[in-house]
Design a protein around this ligand. Structure first.
Ligand SMILES: NC(=O)c1ccc[n+]([C@@H]2O[C@H](COP(=O)([O-])OP(=O)(O)OC[C@H]3O[C@@H](n4cnc5c(N)ncnc54)[C@H](OP(=O)(O)O)[C@@H]3O)[C@@H](O)[C@H]2O)c1
Length: 294
């Protein structure tokens, strides 16, 4: 199958591209420079010009919450208007469209696992731009599939909180992690597997793609990662992790939703398995250790 992937240089896009190539698919992976999502009309044109493609996957976004907060217009154009243009163009070419969204579309006021139909009331610009994308993609292309993912880990080239805390621990640095915000991690390899899985053919609407388990804080996630690193001998002893409140974390200038762990029952019901959150983190640790050891 010929697949067009936007954002192939990103955390998810890189892993998806490798998995798709390994499965024998032919890829088209325009770079940021070749197809700038700040120009939605040209993004739509790009899709229309490549009408031999069977599947278009959008992994591109401004995914840094602070960047979105600093430039809301740019966030809206890249995160919402360009995906809307892709969805519309796919409707014309007949290609299937899969778009990545986030748990940050949820307001996250109440603890517990959130269902797909839970109220979307984002607390920051990033979340607002992604809700708008969900709305416009669905409106422009009723057959599009939107995958909400959360706390993506598992790409050693593009470290996330699991890889960061491990790298800091290996350097002997002081460790801090938020203890008052919970969600569930998603391994990038699992996202790629879901996107390429035959069980999702013909499925449309919103699906929540995350590991299984109870909501966990980054503090708990960091401890799981470090315990595993100790168990496999990468660390000689369990380092101390200082629990922090999100509001006291200087680098977090935009508000964060508190409780955004998503229920993945709809995905499991389609016959797609997802690992437990602990397994997901352990795998990300193993992947990172393999990467840094060459
Ligand atoms: N990372 C997470 O924890 C997380 C959590 C929930 C949801 N998500 C969602 O999952 C998806 C993938 O996230 P990710 O972590 O893989 O993101 P990422 O690592 O930040 O990658 C973003 C990709 O988008 C491209 N991009 C950014 N601005 C662009 C523009 N103006 N024109 C063209 N390309 C542009 C980047 O290209 P360059 O690098 O060349 O600029 C990069 O390939 C996103 O939709 C994100 O919202 C991520």
């Amino acid at each position: 199958m010929k697949i067009l992937i936007f954002g192939a240089s990103g955390r998810v896009g890189e892993i998806l591209s490798a998995a798709a190539r390994a499965n024998g698919h032919e890829l088209l992976t325009p770079s940021h420079a070749e197809c700038d999502m700040e120009r939605p009309a040209s993004v739509g044109e790009y899709v229309l010009c490549h009408d031999m493609v069977s599947l278009v996957v959008n992994c591109a976004a401004i995914s840094q919450v602070e960047s979105c907060q600093e430039n809301p217009l740019r966030a809206h154009v890249v995160n919402a208007m360009s995906p809307a243009a892709m969805a519309l163009a796919c409707r014309h070419t007949g290609a299937r469209f899969i778009h990545l969204s986030t748990d940050y579309v949820l307001d996250g006021r109440r603890p517990g696992l959130k269902q797909t139909h839970a109220r979307c009331k984002p607390v920051n610009i990033y979340g607002m731009s992604k809700v708008e994308a969900e709305r416009q993609v669905t409106e422009n292309n009723a057959e599009a599939l939107i995958l909400r993912v959360s706390w993506v880990c598992g790409n050693p080239h593009k470290p996330s909180f699991v890889e960061h805390v491990l790298a800091q621990a290996l350097r002997g640095e002081k460790l801090f992690a938020a203890a008052d915000q919970d969600s569930l991690p998603t391994h990038a390899q699992d996202i790629a597997r879901v996107i390429l899985s035959p069980q999702l053919e013909g499925v449309s609407g919103v699906l929540q793609v995350t590991s299984c388990g109870e909501p966990m804080t980054r503090y708990s996630g960091a401890r799981i990662a470090l315990e595993h690193a100790c168990m496999v001998g990468a660390l000689s002893q369990m380092p101390h992790v200082e629990p922090q409140r999100v509001c006291n974390m200087d680098r977090f200038r935009a508000p964060r939703p508190a409780h955004t762990a998503m229920d993945n029952g709809d995905l499991l019901a389609l016959g797609v398995s997802m690992p437990d959150a602990r397994v997901c983190i352990d795998r990300a640790v193993d992947d990172y250790l393999r990467y840094i050891r060459g």
